[in-house]
Design a protein around this ligand. Structure first.
Ligand SMILES: NC(=O)c1ccc[n+]([C@@H]2O[C@H](COP(=O)([O-])OP(=O)(O)OC[C@H]3O[C@@H](n4cnc5c(N)ncnc54)[C@H](O)[C@@H]3O)[C@@H](O)[C@H]2O)c1
Length: 347
């Protein structure tokens, strides 16, 4: 079978992962790329001699291709989505799909109307640790899961060279750039949808970010799960503290690192049982698996991580923002309705 021909849109930090996993997958190839930054284009021209490289998607959309990979900042993707829809190219878009829920809802509608796949890059779903935790809960290893605690405490020095810079000026960078992964993981692993959120977002006095980097939330799900969430990019200590514990009627699961370290046990079992996980390379194994899913989808397999599914996680973000402003509780239904009426017809 001929490789899936991809146009890589955006040649910044995240594109490096995509460039590598695309080049290592015999089923995929980069046929064109674009970025408004001349330095990024120069690097790409050196890496891929002879490849069409433009300033924006309009410059390269005429290249014979099957799909586009959007590794651009989430704000300002209108022209990219429109161009892909008009050309009938499937889209693999980095998370979050947009920096506004109504706009994201509109993108979903546009792609559905155009009959193209819109897949969002939720790579953490494809980690072995995520799959293993989901299986444990499904199999009833800890009885009926009813509450959880998700902690992500990280000192993210946003001025470092290898990191993107736009989050420094974003509204709610923690929610849009980071918590989006966590909220997606909760929905995916617990296999349920959010109903209601209470939240408080803020910045510590020492923050280097304009928008809030701290999120404290209490999240209620349809199946009765209740999750206490604490996320920050401006933690007072390095290394990062990642800890996701789930309590069930008969025991607990606990993930103690972002890419692995999963254990579980019954209530009276003092020493938890470690779950063996296959070796992985952080950021690569997960993105490679996500890419394989995208290729399979383009060849007829049922899609995962669709834009429509992703809207539920975006509603959680918006609910956190509103709940913090109101110092109250926000129903997901309210956020969904508002996004639908601003973004297009029924979502
Ligand atoms: N899934 C993950 O684990 C993960 C990790 C990092 C970043 N991301 C996501 O990847 C996306 C990009 O982040 P990044 O870290 O690469 O940011 P970045 O700022 O380092 O790179 C973005 C690049 O896009 C280019 N760009 C801007 N507008 C463009 C346009 N209209 N057309 C083409 N290129 C354009 C910029 O010039 C820049 O080179 C974001 O959505 C981010 O959240 C995901």
């Amino acid at each position: 079978m001929t490789p899936l021909r991809l146009i890589l849109v955006g040649l910044g930090a995240r594109s490096r992962t995509w460039a590598r996993v695309i080049s290592e997958n015999p089923d995929t190839q980069i046929v064109a790329a674009c970025d408004p930054d001349p330095a990024a284009r120069a690097r790409a021209a050196e890496a891929w001699p002879g490849l069409p490289i433009g300033r924006n998607i309009a410059d390269v959309i005429g290249t014979a291709a099957d799909a586009v990979v959007l590794a651009t900042p989430p704000g300002g993707r209108e022209a990219q989505i429109e161009a892909a829809c008009a050309a009938g190219l499937a889209i693999l878009a980095e998370k979050p799909l947009a920096d506004d829920v109504a706009l994201a809802a509109r993108y979903v509608e546009m792609c559905e109307d155009a009959g193209i796949h819109l897949i969002v890059g939720l790579n953490f779903r494809y980690l072995a640790v995520t799959q293993a935790m989901r299986s444990l809960l499904r199999e009833g290893a800890i009885g009926r899961p009813e509450f959880g605690r998700f902690i992500y405490e990280r000192w993210r020095d946003g001025t470092q060279d290898w990191l993107n810079k736009y989050p420094l000026e974003m509204d709610h960078p923690m929610l849009w750039e980071q918590s989006i992964h966590h909220f997606d993981l909760m929905r995916y692993v617990y296999e349920t949808e959010p109903v209601r959120i209470q939240a408080h977002t803020f910045n510590p006095s020492w923050t280097m970010y304009r928008g809030d980097t701290n999120v404290a939330a209490l999240i209620h799900f349809e199946n009765g799960m209740c999750v206490t969430y604490q996320g920050t990019w401006q933690a007072g200590h390095e290394p990062m503290n990642f800890n996701w514990r789930t309590d069930g009627s008969e025991g607990i699961t606990v993930q103690r690192a972002m890419f692995g370290d999963l254990a579980w046990g019954k209530r009276m079992q003092t020493d938890l049982t470690e779950v063996p996980l296959p070796p992985h390379e952080a950021w690569i194994t997960d993105a490679a698996a996500l890419l394989r899913m995208f290729v399979a989808t383009c060849r007829g397999a049922p899609p995962e991580c669709t834009g429509r599914d992703h809207l539920q996680s975006l509603y959680m973000l918006e609910a956190c923002i509103l709940a913090s402003e109101r110092q109250g509780s926000v129903e997901i239904e309210e956020v969904a309705q508002a996004a639908q009426s601003r973004g297009g017809h029924a979502v």
